[in-house]
Write a protein that binds this ligand. Sequence first.
Ligand SMILES: C[S@@+](CC[C@H](N)C(=O)[O-])C[C@H]1O[C@@H](n2cnc3c(N)ncnc32)[C@H](O)[C@@H]1O
Length: 213
Amino acid sequence: MSAVAALKGYLSRRFDEELRFIRVRQESPNVGAILPSGNVMARKMASVVDPSSGLPVLEIGPGTGVMTRAILERGIPPERLFLIELSTTFACRLRVDFPGVNVIQGDAFELSRTLGEYSGITFDCVISGLPLLSFPVEKRIALIEGLLDRLPPGRPVVQFSYQPFSPVPPGGGDYKVEVFRYVLRNIPPAKTWLYRRPWQVAKAAALAAAAAA
Ligand SMILES: C[S@@+](CC[C@H](N)C(=O)[O-])C[C@H]1O[C@@H](n2cnc3c(N)ncnc32)[C@H](O)[C@@H]1O
């Protein structure tokens, strides 16, 4: 084999995930980013997962699965992880790369319909890689509300963005917006956000205390 062919082979193996991402991006306007997220950002996003909760985790917009891998590395068994991915190309490959993980091909904005028989599940948290800014603000707010309705009191939806502002505006609904982490070691650098209903924690504690009295 020539040195050029060997180098080509090495590069396509080394950058396989990036190349697959770019290929789907060329076909689909819904991908958003120029490259898959880096491992540093994926691990930061996955750090919100609480494996001890025993609850399943929902990831939306997994793409090539960089965050999926980080979530599994937190100790979540594959059967407790649910992915919603719009692209059929990504969804098919995710099924191959992550056996046992529940891959649902569909639109995360049509949450109840897309989750189908799993619509009533309570998840521990949601990891979102959706390109939210490509969608109308009302849809973003409705999505966050629908996701938070499926989490225990106070648990978060985590989302990244390349802009300095939250892709879901504060004050738009029943949720609080917090900056989670700045991630400079990513192309491009990103900011991550938490959406939660922290006031539900006190409410749930008061209800439990009243029930016990
Ligand atoms: C910015 S990429 C992020 C991919 C991956 N999470 C990462 O960080 O590398 C956005 C992903 O969201 C998916 N996506 C876009 N719109 C979607 C929708 N309405 N429902 C589900 N997935 C969607 C795209 O196909 C793509 O995989």
